[in-house]
Design a protein around this ligand. Structure first.
Ligand code: PLP
Length: 834
């Protein structure tokens, strides 16, 4: 790493900056200290001193609603006018030739142009857009009543422009393109604006430049390129404020004359009743288009933003060469990464542009990763690991459908077919038919430094470059097949009464019931967000691990304790359904983008606790507005016969069955062999092997780098297994069999030889990095798991299991004895070849 640092050619790296970029980072971007932030195309962070300057401005001035006579109002008006001019100058736009309209963001600017163009001519308008466009630009086509065309390449645009001269039309035409692709950073030719205008020769052809991505790391000189409309968002340049602009060439202002809507300050006089008459403001384009009260505080913030930016970085040109230099470093270093067999690790998606050349290429890199066998590494797996390593990138189609499809070679027909089978933006269908559905994107910003590039390349090298051929795992049992010598037993039993919260360890010596849907009382409740209705997960709220429920069967209560020993609070609720404060609700699982829920309908019915005491208990502890909810018992709704016993809580509950749940008299669905099971309750029991946890910990220690707690062993609890199985070794010195569970087909447990089927491996995410006793996140064990337990692109640890259907064959569920397990029970696995 240090070698790379000394090779820095100072010519491009932070040239013109107020000081060394590392110093700027230290002083003004302390939030970036412990993270590798490479999502500047999403938003760049704001400088600390900018917020301080803005805060001082706000606390030392009284700003009133603009456009009246009071002093405070006058102050806001003048400041707004000043900032408007300042922004125009920032883009070298002559105020005689251009006007600036403040809008919410780039999308609002684009939509404003489209809406006005539609109103401007009764025939509507024609629309052309470049394939590399952001969704906000593509969407305009829905308003284009006179047809639209997507230009699939630069050449198509170049061929179309000369045709404009001979092909004049009365109705307006609009051509839109991004100044820079937000997908791969390619910079498109700005000369098109001028070329189109001269070819159309006064005809009704307008150009819309989506500059949102470009302006984040490049100067934009509107005096030379002069698009009719330019859309951008300021947060992408300065990090703050959340505000956008539409910059209009005044000579194209006629487009706005027939805009139908008016509101707030955009009119001179309105008759509210009687005749439908109003007089629009004639004075300027922005006065006619800025409806309602301007976001004047945000506009004032822009003043501090521009000043601070200039003070730190000097100019956009400096930022452009700094980021171009770093992007070239990143690109060059990623493209030479090779596996042991000389195959490339990164497939980089770019146009015919050159990294390091700011005219054609911005500092964004889109790519995917392959294994030495040429298989694509799923993007969500990379994202999970990056998250654990505190690296922030973006994945998916990054709002650039055309660019993504082109890069990955998808046709529209293919994408529609995949959509109809469930592919959605942001979901985890990473690879379909052997091809990736999205990309990984690393994007740089003004304050990106060499360390960020080093960390990112190191990350790819450490986790994705296969230096030696993968070792084919030996089947552990084939060697000495003497399973009788090997005794597995239940080391511990846990249930998680509240989904995603702490474990309740079943006391030793107590037999615990196993049902079809898992261990009794496991995931019976969950916490739901009171606004969205979505179930909370520990992945997002690690403090949930500190919410510890315990089941007291004797008293018929669930006792929930929160927090550390010193300041614990607790709550007791009944295990029965007689609690009258229950209200019904439904859980929208779509918010988690799981395909599973589409299979069984969008909603799972739930019963939320209406008591304010209950919701306050959890909301106060987590700092999230939430409440407790209870799942309907799956055995009642789904698997059991119609009721014969009355008066049990299950029966009382039956009347609550809601849409999306299964009718009560449906026979248990037969489990199809090989079919991926979809509902969580079909993966009822999670089995974790102590020997595997031990092996994993040895690996973590052996591979540990320097750093606080880096090589510390992890507790088996992080895997949140229901049954932890350990080995009782026959002779001293016998070796354990880590990962023997990979080959298990079934288990027999305890004195009654309870039959358990072993199902899929449990796919892991960064949640295993949350210490279940402190609620703190670390990078292990996920980092080591990703290296050592990557099975078919998925990180797996532990096996799901369920009571075997044989247990129920020909039996009446309610009539038979309870099936139970206990800590210490002997476990006899059966093995399958896989
Ligand atoms: C970010 C971006 C947009 C959308 O910006 P919003 O602030 O979300 O409106 C549009 N186009 C490009 C090229 C972008 O990068």
């Amino acid at each position: 790493m240090n070698t790379a640092a000394t090779e820095r050619p100072p010519a491009a790296y932070n040239r013109g900056y107020s000081t060394d970029v590392d110093k700027i980072r230290e002083q003004d971007y302390p939030l970036l200290n412990d993270t590798t932030y490479l999502d500047h195309a999403g938003t760049t962070p704001y400088a600390k001193s900018m917020i301080e300057t803005f805060s001082k401005d706000m606390t030392s001035n009284l700003f009133g609603n603009p456009h009246s006579m009071s002093l405070s109002s006058q102050l806001s008006t003048t400041r707004t006018d000043d900032v408007r001019l300042r922004v125009l100058r920032f883009f070298n736009a002559d105020p005689d030739e251009f006007d600036l309209v403040f809008v919410a963001n780039a999308t609002a600017a684009i939509k404003l142009v489209a809406d006005c163009l539609r109103d401007s001519d009764h025939r509507g308008f024609w629309y052309g857009y470049h394939i590399d466009s952001h969704t906000s630009v593509v969407g305009v086509r829905e308003l284009a009543e006179l047809n639209f065309q997507c230009f699939q390449s630069d050449v198509e645009v170049d061929n179309w422009i000369p045709e404009l001269a001979s092909n004049q039309t009365k109705a307006p035409r609009l051509f839109a393109f991004p100044a820079q692709s937000n997908l791969n950073g390619r910079r498109l030719p700005l000369r098109w604006c001028e070329q189109i205008r001269s070819a159309a020769n006064g005809g009704n052809v307008f150009t819309l430049l989506d500059a949102a991505s470009l302006v984040s790391t490049s100067p934009l000189d509107l005096s030379s390129s002069a698009p009719d409309f330019t859309a951008l968002s300021f947060y992408k340049i300065f990090g703050f404020p959340n505000l956008g602009a539409l910059i209009v060439r005044k000579s194209a202002g006629r487009v706005f004359e027939r805009r139908r809507y008016f509101g707030g300050g955009t009119v001179d006089m309105v008759l509210a009743a009687g005749a439908q008459w109003h007089a629009k403001k004639e004075s300027s384009i922005h006065e006619r288009l800025e409806d309602g009260t301007l976001p004047f505080h945000s506009i004032i913030a822009l003043d501090s933003a521009i000043s601070t930016h200039e003070r730190l970085f000097g100019s956009m040109a400096n930022i452009s060469s700094h980021t171009a230099f770093l992007a070239k470093q990143l690109h060059d270093r990623l493209s030479v990464l090779k596996h042991w067999n000389e195959t490339s690790v990164c497939q980089i998606y770019k146009g015919n542009s050159t990294y390091g050349c700011p005219v054609t290429q911005g500092p964004i890199i889109a790519f995917n990763i392959r294994t030495s066998k040429g298989e694509w590494v799923p993007k969500t797996e990379v994202e999970k690991l990056a998250t654990v390593q505190n690296i922030q990138i973006r994945t998916g189609s990054v709002c650039n459908p055309g660019g993504t499809a082109c890069s990955l070679g998808w046709t529209g027909a293919e994408l529609r077919r995949h959509y109809s089978t469930g592919l959605r933006c942001g979901d985890d269908h990473d690879v379909l038919g052997g091809r990736p559905t999205g990309i990984l994107r690393a994007s740089l910003g003004a304050m990106t430094n060499m360390k960020d590039i080093d960390s990112f390349v190191d990350f790819i090298e450490e986790f994705y470059v296969e230096k030696v051929p993968p070792i084919v795992a030996l089947n552990p049992l084939v060697e000495d097949g003497d399973p009788v010598d090997r005794h597995f037993y239940i080391e511990s039993l846990s249930v998680f009464p509240i989904k995603s919260c702490g474990a309740f360890k079943i006391p030793e010596g107590k037999r615990w019931e196993v049902k079809r849907e898992g261990l009794a009382w496991d995931r019976e409740w969950c916490l739901i967000h009171q606004g969205t209705g979505a179930a909370l997960s520990q992945k997002r709220y690690p403090r949930m691990s500190l919410i510890r429920p315990s089941v007291d069967l004797d008293r018929g209560i669930l006792r929930i304790t929160c927090g550390y020993l010193s300041d614990q609070v607790s709550l007791e609720i009944s295990l029965g359904w007689e609690d009258t404060s229950l209200i019904s609700t439904s859980l929208c699982q779509n918010s988690s983008n799981k395909k599973a829920t589409m299979v069984c309908g969008d909603q799972i019915s739930l019963h939320a606790y209406a008591s304010p005491v209950v919701s306050a208990f959890f909301s106060d502890f987590l700092g999230v507005p939430c409440t407790l909810a209870r799942f309907p018992s799956q055995s009642a709704t789904r698997f059991s016969r119609p009721p014969r016993l009355s008066g049990t809580w299950k029966n009382k509950f039956r009347k609550f069955i809601m849409p999306g749940s299964f009718p009560p008299d449906l026979p248990p669905p037969a489990r199809e062999q090989g079919k991926r099971l979809t509902l969580s309750n079909e993966m009822p029991i999670l089995v974790v092997s102590r020997s595997s946890v031990n092996r994993l910990n040895e690996t973590i220690k052996a591979n540990s780098k320097q750093g606080i707690g880096a090589g510390k062993a992890v507790a088996a609890d992080v895997f949140r297994g229901n049954i932890v199985v350990a080995e009782r070794l026959a002779r001293l010195g016998d070796a354990e069999q880590p990962y023997a569970e990979d080959h298990w087909g079934g288990l027999r447990i305890g004195p009654d030889q309870l039959r358990i089927d072993v199902l899929d491996g449990c796919q892991r995410c960064q949640m295993v990095c949350i210490d279940q006793f402190t609620g703190l996140r670390r990078s292990e064990p996920f980092s080591t798991l990703a290296k050592t337990r990557n099975i078919g692109g998925k990180v797996t640890f532990g096996r799901y299991a369920a009571l075997s259907p044989d247990e129920f064959e020909g039996l009446d569920l309610e009539a038979t004895e309870r099936r139970t397990v206990m800590v210490g029970d002997v476990v006899t696995p059966t093995y399958v070849d896989n």
